[in-house]
Design a protein around this ligand. Sequence first.
Ligand code: FEO
Length: 614
Amino acid sequence: MYCVKQITPDMYWVGGSDRRLALFENAYPIPRGVSYNAYVVLDEKTVLLDTVDAAIGELFFENLAHVLDGRALDYVVVNHMEPDHSSTLARVLERYPQAKVVCGAKTQQMIGQYFSLNLTGRMVTVKEKDTLTTGRHTFTFVMAPMVHWPEVMVTYDTTDAVLYSADAFGTFGAMNGNIFADQLEFKTQWLDDARRYYANIVGKYGTQVQALLKKAAGLDIKLLCPLHGPVWRKDIGWFVDKYMKWSTYTPEEPGVMIAYASVYGHTENAANILASKLADGGVNNVSMFDVSATHPSYILAEAFRVSHIVLASTTYNAGIFVTMENLVHDMAAHNLQNRVIALVENGSWAPTAGGLMKASLSGLKNMTFINDMLTLRSALKEEQLPALEEMASILLSSLPGQAPILHRPGELVEQNALFNLSYGLFVLTAREGDKDNGCIINTVTQVTDSPKRISIAVNKANLTHDMVKNTGLFNVTVLSREAPFALFQHYGFQSGRNVNKFEGAQMPRSRSGLCYVEGCSNAFISGKVIQTVDCGTHTLFIADVTEAKVLSAAPSMTYAYYFANVKPKPQPQPQRKKGFVCRICGYVYEGDTLPPDFVCPLCKHGAEDFEPLP
Ligand code: FEO
């Protein structure tokens, strides 16, 4: 029995859903099923836009016959030849022998590859911006190569402002009666599957999706009709904005995703402790995945959502644990970009997983690796807690624009109240033996004026802490507002245990022999420790001032100024690439000019088939 939906007075959804299929494309779990959408327009001529997967073929043919109601089918528009939308095409053409096929040249070739049909006199081959008028309606055809296959096009009904968008704007999930997205709880119940669909199916082709979005930006779109999932008639801009973020590999929001591979629970233990420390630092948006328990398609989708990723893997067969290797491969294959990555490796005798994960991901664009990878030898030990805390601290420092911590009713101490204290920002330097080191602190206070004494509180996880404790000497450089973010990255986002922050630097020294920072500072103060107080995570050092100099008249950097003016704002748009995209297969040539004799290495088409990147 047919089951159709009328969308406009003369346009119908004639698709259906499959809740039995376990793996979409034999690769991605779809516990909520999937819909295969096809549409019929009843005009002076009748038009079918795409067909469906053979799994719902019988229903589809009943739907088609019901909507046509005895009329002939005049045109079948083929926007996409992947068999989930075309495996019933041959049967449609047999059943409706006068129907003509409207498609691009690449699609025409693929029809010949998939089927053995004699379509002489039945092909209407279209190219970019060609039109077809069927009476009241005029359809314009727009090529969208590699969204998600090279032959893909989208069809725009200029009469009713309907965009038949092929795979773009699709989602996993069977239709449950309602056909419009605004009838569903899309933002809470569907978005995760829409993101998972995007990331896994077309995530690799961000540049090509951008090209399509640029073309779509010039269209008035009242209805968005994808090949999977609901039809959009409201809030289209919201969904387009998601596509803008996903296709430019821009995190949707600041947050940390921790994915771990653990055989006996020791790597998982370290991952849990790291997550706990991030939560203690005020990060609400932390997600965790056991890569052996969760399908990588879900984890990849989360990697597209958040700004920061922690990968923790045990070493296995001298390499990355197999399920983590799958995930890392997926992240690389889907071209993920613009993320901060922290790595934890484990290995009882020869840990290699961390270096291999980094090597696999280092070819991706604009990935920032936190320098101090944590290496476990079987299990996390007490003495490694400072290193784990330092990793948490670096992640916290680099998280853009964290949401304020909400005060929970019943809590006596509201964290945000402490944020309203005014703080400066300082480089704390120390020297032990031949080694100089320094870190960023915000806890310098004058204690007494006569004698002049200051106090500093330093996190025990910092190497500089140990050096001050061992030598009793330190310098504090008071940073001015001229201090760039790179300075905070240099002293604050990496550990002196792994890098020499002073290598090759010609730094001035105080009389105590310790370095201080010139150029973006307004004073330095040398201290000699007279008392220490153990404050748990920090040590409070109280010190006599042995030397102090004004370096400039520039105003001091405050914590508030740093957050408002120095620290990068959340979700910066990545720089657009310059280059040209092949209209036929989506290959991207990067460069300012395309050589006139250039031949696409994928499809062998010439320069005339390339257009500038949006
Ligand atoms: Fe839904 Fe690319 O096929």
